[in-house]
Unconditional design. Sequence first.
Length: 239
Amino acid sequence: MKVEIPAKIACVVKAAPLPQLYEEAKKAIAECARLDECAGWADKAAAIASRQADDLELETCAHGIRDRAIRRCGELLRGFDARGGDRSKNVTPLPFAPRSRHMVAQEAGLSEHKARTAVNIAAIPEAEFEAAVESKRPPGTTLLSQWNKLHPRERVRSVTKSSLAEISRSVFAGRALEGMFEFEKSVTACGLDVVVEILRGHTRQLERVRRGIGLAFRLNSALDKAGLRGHAMLRPLNF
């Protein structure tokens, strides 16, 4: 289902600086009452992020908008019965029966996986979600969907500077892992020769790649020290 961004927001997108655009988008998403419209926001933001790898500010803004849109999808879905009633083939749903969460998600074009991800993200305590999304590198939806499992908490937990700092470190660690997983997937699909060719003549990007390779060696050593068996090819040679 194609969903258009509201006209007043579209005007802001064309003319406003990024901070103003981000605030306008946050407000529009928070007030969004239609599941398909929220899903549209998330899809558009994801598309923008995927095309803006060289513009860190715009990419970060797009990630934040996507995370908020998916969380809003989850907030709307949580207003419906998750049990979904009797789904057996021999039972015909009553015409006046309330719609289930599964039905509402299907009507909005959300797969079961996307709906479950949205509901999980909506369950993150607001303070923790805000700290994660407003960080310099907002986490992806895969990490956010597992947030409560990765950050078990007591029944009542106060938010302190220390806990927010811990959350921030976890966010960066999760993004690092997501980046490595995405790197492996993308390079397998395109081949290393294509990556090398793209880097020719791009001094800044090449220097960042070199730093990334150095970090990979350091991570491998850390895995070995932790008893997690790093990759043998990345171990220093002993002559």
